[in-house]
Write a protein that binds this ligand. Structure first.
Ligand code: PMP
Length: 404
């Protein structure tokens, strides 16, 4: 029997390069992950063939309150009834910028865009405009988006696009010191993620001494400390993901969870970089779209005024504990890393991820959507009963793997 998913994949092959591109291409996962989805509700998604999954990817991060959260959907509908794409900004633009300045600890101003890549690229452009320097440092293996300066693939990218990009090792202050020294008086920015969440490796919390060292090196050289909070932002700490460490960046890039699935990104900055931000030219046809801003206001307000972040943490803690116990009971050793709000699991010694992938495949067959080597995302819609429902199915997936 041909499924609707298979039929869509076939049609896509003809009219979409490669049939699918980027991070949403599921072909590397195994056979059980659908390529095409029909809808989402709370912490569940349904594919085009009507199979429902407990969703632990949350649209790869944007869904922080749950799919189609009523408060967010109402705010979007109300703005859409007035108009979305108009000439100029609309009141939600100013209201959202005020909300970001009032919520994000280091922020004196905010700019709005659409995607995470817009935000990271704008941070780098502002840093260069403000400092008049060229060199940008990022951690080796870190993802900051899909523009030529940062995309992980070389195809179509010129050496010139990255001529002033150099790397350091995350959490290794000596390697950062060496990269800073090598930049001499040409260092514009150090771009860093709040924790190490690279693909296909254990997630690593930031060493507080490393974070402090990044701040000190930026202060000593006048370079911008750019925190790429695109993935972690608005899931861990609304004031900024390095706020618990007491380290404030000069510029931050935000997107994903900022508007619970509506297309929005933001750059926040301190007054030292305001003039640089005023000088650059950056824009986009849809950057002023008011409905996504209304979604962001509703999302951030809901996160701020309710126990949503605590629920996300509770759900992640419950899931991690349950998976740990199940793995042990079935005789497997697993390694779970990252903050519980953005967890990931691999099987110990599983260098090529074959076993991990076999397990996520078995889980998908049982209605649990997990990723074999990218961190997962928890949402405030994951209640205890949903986690227990998922765990019942993952237990079965471990059992199936043990039988193989
Ligand atoms: N930075 C980080 C840390 C990310 O995780 C991502 C997206 N995965 C980006 C930047 C780019 O965001 P987008 O895909 O929205 O352009």
């Amino acid at each position: 029997m041909t499924t609707i998913d298979a039929e869509l994949r076939g049609r896509a092959e003809a009219v979409i390069p490669g049939g699918m591109y980027g991070h949403m291409d599921v072909r590397a996962f195994g056979d059980a992950h659908p390529q095409f989805m029909a809808g989402g509700d709370g912490c569940r998604i349904t594919d085009v063939d009507g199979r429902t999954f407990l969703d632990f990817m949350c649209g790869w991060g944007p869904i922080v309150l749950g799919h189609r959260h009523p408060r967010v959907q109402e705010a979007v509908a109300a703005q859409q009834a007035l108009g979305d794409c108009l000439n100029g900004g609309s009141p939600p633009m100013v209201e959202l910028a005020e909300l970001l300045v009032g919520t994000v600890a280091h922020a004196d101003w905010a700019m709005l865009a659409k995607n995470g890549t817009d935000a990271t690229t704008t941070c780098v452009t502002i840093a260069r405009a403000a400092t008049g320097r060229r060199r940008v440092l990022t951690a080796r293996g870190a993802y900051h988006g899909a523009a030529p300066w940062c995309t992980p693939r070389d195809a179509g990218v010129l050496p010139e696009d990255r001529a002033h990009l150099r790397h350091f090792e995350y959490n290794d202050l000596d390697s950062l010191r060496a990269a800073v020294a090598d930049a001499g008086d040409d260092l514009a920015a150090v771009v860093v993620c709040p924790f190490r969440h690279d693909l296909r490796r254990d997630q690593e919390p930031p060493d507080p001494a490393f974070a402090k060292g990044v701040r000190e090196l930026c202060d000593a050289t006048g370079a911008a400390l750019v925190l790429d909070d695109v993935r972690a932002g608005f899931r861990l700490d609304l004031a900024g993901s390095w706020e618990p460490l007491g380290i404030r960046p000069d510029l931050s890039a935000w997107s994903k969870a900022i508007a619970n699935g509506h297309a929005l990104a933001a750059v926040t900055g301190s007054d030292r970089f305001r003039a640089g931000a005023e000088r650059i030219y950056t824009t986009g046809s849809f950057w002023y779209s008011a409905a996504a801003m209304a979604a962001a206001i509703a999302t951030i307000t809901e996160l701020r005024d309710t126990d949503a972040l605590a629920r996300i943490e509770r759900a992640g803690t419950r899931l991690r504990a349950g998976l740990d116990a199940q793995a042990r009971a079935h005789g497997f050793e697993v390694v779970q890393t990252g903050p519980v709000q953005m967890p990931v699991l691999r099987f110990a010694g599983d260098e090529d991820f074959a076993l991990t992938r076999a397990w996520t495949d078995e889980a998908a067959r049982r209605g649990v959507y997990l990723h074999p080597w990218h961190n997962w995302f928890m949402s405030a819609a994951h209640g205890d009963a949903d986690i227990d429902d998922a765990l019942e199915r993952t237990d079965d997936a471990f059992a199936a793997l043990a039988r193989r």
